[in-house]
Design a protein around this ligand. Sequence first.
Ligand code: SAM
Ligand code: SF4
Length: 325
Amino acid sequence: MLTDRYNRKVDYLRISATDRCNLRCIYCMPQDGIVQKAPSEILSFEEIIRITKLCASIGIGKIKISGGEPLVRKDCFKLLKSLINLPNIKDVSLTTNGMLVKKYIKGLKNSGLKKMNISMDTLDAQKFRRITRTGKLIDVLNGIDAAIEEGFFVKLNVVMLKGINDDEILKFAKFAQEKQIIVRFIELMPMTDNRLLNRSFYMSCEEIKNKLKVLGSLKPIDTEVFGNGPARYYKIEEVSVIVGFISPLSCKFCLHCNRLRLTSGGILMPCLVSQEGVDLKDPLRNNQSEEEILSLIKKAILFKPPEHNLVLSFPRQYLMSQIGG
Ligand code: SAM
Ligand code: SF4
């Protein structure tokens, strides 16, 4: 098992399958989208598989496919299926905005995927439009139902935006109870250069927990049971609901950070907010040897900083959609 300079084991790779997206969430993308990479600048299926195999050879066994919106990538099912079948890969999951889940449910099922994180920040159709700037809530709701019907293990991701959806915290708990899924509340991270948005909409997980307490007491559960990442889980026994909290700002999770991130353009990032990434695309395309690529992967692990430097108004080098949040 590989460890970094701070003795953290690194066993998790998040892959951004594409920087494209069919939504324009206010906290993630500029209104007009991003300047998209030319298809030739995006890692091919074969390149992603090669990198993953090399990562697996040094102990990375858990993969998350994210984006952009991974389901807009044409070969997404083929990619999922191949990753699931790679030796030494024990766990593959997908993070999606849910818009295309119903349409593609058979392909997802046939790929062998079992787990999906679906992002949906509101249960109100008008607010959904405001947050995503486009898109219809009903498509995500249908996607969630389709995923549940097909037996997927579903976790709902909700980015909490003060003054926009914080009046829906209890509604989300009820929704999770009805659907028998897990709901995870995520603190807003300053990933766009919109300082006003970053500051005024931020709400801490502690504030969210306090609002949930009217339903019952929050009993901590073993985190590894429900995920590979930084979320902390609690059961509210009185209503039989499991809630998760992802607190990158109020409670840094860097001490236990186990992950690397691969951008769709082939940069291996040691940290979500790192300024230093290691390019793997050009070395792959220049036919560098497996040993050379492997040493670049190890270099990225060595670059892992002790902790991130996210502050409420800091514009980032890469957008969330490019790194694969
Ligand atoms: N498009 C897919 C989706 O929305 O689920 C996958 C990519 S998206 C970048 C992955 C996750 O990052 C989503 O749950 C999204 O809500 C979250 N996210 C994006 N920007 C964020 C921000 N500024 N702060 C907190 N979470 C963010
Ligand atoms: Fe697209 Fe996901 Fe970013 Fe929303 S959060 S713009 S759905 S990549």
